[in-house]
Design a protein. Structure first.
Length: 353
């Protein structure tokens, strides 16, 4: 009896050991599959970013920088250039005008973003042609490089990175995030990305898909280009907050893959991941800035004449946020306590603009 009990216990022990081994094998196999899939997605994302990457001829870094910045450590700027390339829907359309210009500065220490919308009809000096014209024309004159040079001329702020996207890229990114929440100011009957009047929205805070968000960003029939700029800031802020949310972490690869052939940037895959890491720390505080000015039709052509005092104020605000004020001893050592204090001191004024 005793031997029989011992044999029975050994069988149970052996069976239990087998179950444990099989379970461990299944877990290990699952872990390998998940890891392999994650690597596959990462490689896909890397391929998408590499396809979208471009270096602007003759411009390794801004002439307003002494050294190349590193997003992980330095305060940096990003210029978002939205273009409508019509039927082409491709990135060879350097002759197209910019439909939206938004400049963002990121401060690593304070985990804040300053966001400026530049009205497309702003009358500014365009270095590429050597005279003043609407800033939207800069892209038509010389593509992204001409646009960057014009913004740097206007604000005396280095443009470290740029993201140029057409309508398709914008829609794909919003859809990859599962849509965004935005305030629709009035009843909207607007063109979609195919230039057909299929977008119908009612006023109020609501969830928008990519096509609807694009229509909200484009419309200006019922107000002005200035109000449209503010809406674009709100939409971009909503996208940033959505990317920074916990439930969007698993969507990062989808967001990066969504850029496809419809976006161009000077960011490398490593740099783009650094920005996603910045956002994964939690939603940053976003302060929106605007340029004051007046409508001018004195020449028979409509221009938006910028108020120079407003330009100077925005310029100093963004310089302080980047750590480029006069007290700075280095353009790339941006995270000093002095600069942080200067940034915080101006934040109350900016958020009210």
């Amino acid at each position: 009896m005793k031997n029989r009990a011992i044999k029975k216990n050994k069988k149970r022990s052996s069976k239990a050991s087998l179950i444990i081994k099989v379970s461990l094998l299944l877990v290990a196999s699952l872990a390998i599959c998940v890891t392999a899939y994650a690597v596959y997605l990462s490689k896909q994302a890397e391929h998408a970013v590499n396809s979208a990457h471009e270096d602007l001829e003759g411009r390794e870094i801004s002439t307003l920088r002494e050294e190349k910045v590193e997003p992980v450590h330095d305060n940096v700027s990003i210029l978002f250039v939205g273009i409508d390339d019509g039927d082409k829907r491709g990135q060879g359309a350097d002759h197209s005008r910019s439909d939206a210009l938004v400049l963002a500065t990121l401060n690593n220490k304070t985990h804040t973003i300053k966001m400026l919308s530049i009205p497309r009809d702003s009358y500014v000096y365009i270095p590429k042609v050597g005279y003043k014209d609407k800033i939207t024309h800069a892209h038509a004159y010389g593509g992204t490089l001409a646009t960057i040079d014009t913004v740097e001329e206007l604000l005396d702020i280095p443009i470290d990175y740029y993201v140029r996207m057409n309508f398709n890229a914008f829609i794909d990114v919003v859809d990859a995030l599962g849509g965004i929440e935005a305030e629709v100011p009035y009843a909207l009957h607007e063109l979609d990305e195919f230039d057909k009047y299929t977008i119908n929205l009612q006023p109020g805070l609501q969830q928008l898909n990519g096509s609807q968000a694009l229509a909200l960003a484009r419309t200006r029939k019922q107000d002005s280009d200035i109000e449209r700029g503010k809406r674009q800031q709100e939409i971009l802020s909503a996208i940033i907050k959505k990317v920074a949310s916990v439930d969007s972490i698993t969507k990062y690869d989808d967001v990066i893959k969504a850029i496809g052939d419809n976006m161009k940037t000077n960011m490398t895959f490593t740099e783009m991941k650094s920005f996603l890491s910045y956002l994964s720390k939690g939603a940053p505080r976003i302060d929106t800035l605007n340029l004051d000015g007046v409508d001018d039709t004195s020449t028979g052509v409509y221009y938006y004449q910028l108020n120079q005092d407003s330009v100077n104020e925005v310029k100093e605000t963004m310089k302080n946020h980047l750590g480029l004020n006069k007290a700075s001893t280095s353009l790339t050592n941006n995270n000093t306590d002095t600069n942080s204090a200067a940034s915080e001191e101006t934040s109350a004024n900016e958020s009210s603009q």
